[in-house]
Write a protein that binds this ligand. Structure first.
Ligand SMILES: Nc1ncnc2c1ncn2[C@@H]1O[C@H](COP(=O)(O)OP(=O)(O)O)[C@@H](O)[C@H]1O
Ligand SMILES: [Mg+2]
Length: 458
């Protein structure tokens, strides 16, 4: 097994050196920093597996070091060495996400034990993240469900552009599958073994986003304690996915134009120019062409990024995909939850195809998940769907109005149910009168009420 690397941070050189010596003897590779700033620099250079830092230090103290590390490398365990008899420090450290604390005077065996435990935990977590990577492989074409003719065209497009370096702009409402398509583009390109780096341009304020994307030089603004590698550099040889690009500020738009044109950029506060080999995929949930007309988005940038464009239709416009997607999610989610649910009944399917799905595929996925968790049956029924969905769908036009084709029997069920329910309501739930009003016999009424689950209601 490779030698584990530790970083020991303490301004007291006596303590730092003796602790480092002990840990080297125990078989670790140890680097030392005499303060917080130096520690953050070493972090990038030495890539330690674990950091041990003193709490009380001039300039950056241990808590500040911990917070900086968490912002950069949230998975890196940090052990804080707290002052003698200062319980508050220990509490503060644990609350801030330290792996553990050891109080002074340091007992070598205790320190070694805490380190071993932290490193074991980390190995376990890394194995899990390997597993996640393998699951990422699901983001091939097979993971994309849909037979709608527009989806077919989208497959054709992404299949032909995936292997190229072409910039792709994906538009569509939230939850329509833009991220899924971006990942599929990456996984079906020769870049698949290099990183796929995702940045949401709507989630960060302008200045932070800029340094997130392009990196920064140490000292370029307050809080820039060390050089930081940006996402563009991190995505080298791979794909960068810029989500919600319609939110990019004018300044960022300018920088993006440059990187797309010349493949060059400068980190914030630095003057050396860097080059990267990155494939750029972007997503927008607004119509960028009209943002250009409104003056919110640079025209030259728009032309640059709109090389290949893919538009994801909202889910309610591809009604025939709803049952396919619903069944696909049911299979996956039931398996994950260890439940044996194989089917969605006709009435529930009917409601699903009639609902408008403002949250698109993501909302459908959540809806199926909710149903799987809630139901006690082995079939998903209308009653397992959210009440808001049932109400809206019950009032909605039939799928035929969307131009979709469904089996006649199923299409007629929903209106039939509504007619019967209205009649029952009019007649105060009296079955004799209801049957008479509907001109059917009571047995037929009873059977239909059972079918539509109206028996308990009336
Ligand atoms: N065609 C599809 N087939 C299978 N799953 C899909 C499809 N479209 C979307 N999803 C799933 O729906 C959810 C939302 O999709 P996502 O790509 O995150 O949407 P967006 O990025 O447009 O907001 C994800 O869990 C995704 O896997
Ligand atoms: Mg997305």
């Amino acid at each position: 097994m490779a030698q584990k690397k530790l970083l020991v941070v303490d301004d007291d050189s006596l303590i730092r050196r003796s602790l480092s010596a002990v840990l080297r003897l125990a078989g670790y590779e140890v680097s030392e920093a005499a303060g917080g700033t130096e520690a953050l620099e070493l972090l990038e250079k030495t890539t330690p597996d674990l950091v041990i830092t003193d709490f009380n230090m001039p300039q950056l103290n241990g808590m500040q070091v911990l917070r900086e590390i968490q912002a950069r490398q949230p998975d890196l365990p940090v052990i804080l060495v707290t002052g003698y008899g200062t319980v508050e420090q220990a509490v503060e450290a644990m609350k801030a996400g330290a792996y553990d604390y050891v109080s002074k005077p340091i007992i070598d065996d205790e320190m070694k034990m805490v380190i071993r435990r932290a490193l074991d935990d980390r190995t376990l977590r890394d194995e899990n993240s390997d597993l996640r990577k393998r699951l990422d492989m699901r983001f091939g074409y097979d993971a994309i469900i849909g037979r709608d003719h527009r989806m077919q065209r989208i497959y054709d497009t992404i299949e032909s552009v995936a292997p190229t370096r072409a910039t792709v702009l994906i538009s569509g409402e939230s939850g329509t599958g833009k991220t899924l398509i971006a990942r599929a583009l990456h996984h079906n390109s020769s870049r698949r073994d290099a990183p796929f780096v995702e940045v949401n341009c709507g989630a960060l304020p302008e200045t932070l986003l800029e340094s997130e994307l392009f990196g920064h030089k140490r000292g370029s603004f307050t809080g820039a304690y060390a050089d930081k590698q940006g996402k563009f550099a991190a995505a080298n040889r791979g794909t960068i996915f810029l989500d919600e690009i319609n939110n990019a500020s004018p300044m960022l738009q300018m920088k993006l134009l440059r990187i797309l044109q010349d493949k060059e950029f400068e980190p914030v506060g630095g003057n050396e120019t860097k080059r990267v080999d990155v494939r750029v995929v972007l997503a927008t949930n607004l119509d960028l062409a009209s943002e250009v007309e409104k003056g919110n988005f640079r025209r030259d940038l728009y032309y640059r990024i709109n090389v290949v464009s893919v538009h994801m239709p909202p889910l309610h416009e591809r009604v025939s995909d709803i049952p396919l997607l619903a069944k696909h999610f049911l299979k996956d989610i039931a398996k994950e939850n260890g439940k044996r649910i194989r089917e969605i009944d006709e009435q529930a399917l009917d409601l699903l195809t009639r609902y408008t799905w403002p949250g698109n595929v993501r909302e459908l996925e959540n809806c199926i998940e909710r149903a799987v968790v809630l139901t006690r049956n082995d079939v998903i029924r209308a009653e397992d769907l959210p009440p808001a969905l049932r109400d809206e769908a019950a009032d909605a036009p039939t799928p035929l109005d969307h131009g979709g084709v469904v089996p006649l029997k199923r299409a007629l069920e929903a209106p039939e149910r509504r007619i019967i329910e209205n009649a029952l309501r009019e007649n105060g739930g009296n079955r004799q009168d209801t049957a008479k009003a509907l001109d059917i016999n009571r047995t037929t009424l009873f059977n239909k009420m059972r079918k539509y689950e109206l028996l308990e209601k009336y």
